[in-house]
Design a protein around this ligand. Structure first.
Ligand SMILES: [Zn+2]
Length: 102
């Protein structure tokens, strides 16, 4: 009866906004799919715009359980998050704030 197999890291409790995790994931893949600029500035802008439009959903979990939790919530939030991500990317595309080296 012990959890010795679970590492300390996986066991630690974390506070996560699951909507933020989903937005980051979807922005990153949408930028690739749409062949948009993926520099840090454009990505962070898109995260910010999409997250401001979506209600936060904070949960406490463990790092080990986070991926399963995200997969489960992905179904519930899929459509809502996807819509806001596309809107955000359109804004970024229209008003790009690229770093000059990009
Ligand atoms: Zn850029």
């Amino acid at each position: 009866m012990n959890c010795e197999k679970i590492t300390q890291t996986d066991e630690s409790m974390i506070l996560v906004n699951i909507v933020e995790e989903l937005v980051r994931d979807k922005v990153d893949s949408a930028i690739k799919a749409l062949n948009m600029c993926g520099c840090e500035r454009c990505r962070l802008n898109a995260y910010a715009i999409a997250l401001n439009a979506l209600p936060a959903r904070y949960v406490t979990t463990t790092k080990g359980a986070l991926l399963a939790l995200l997969a489960a919530n992905n179904l519930e939030y899929q459509t809502t998050v996807q819509v806001e991500v596309i809107k955000a990317l359109n804004v970024v595309k229209e008003y790009p704030m690229h770093c000059l080296t990009q």
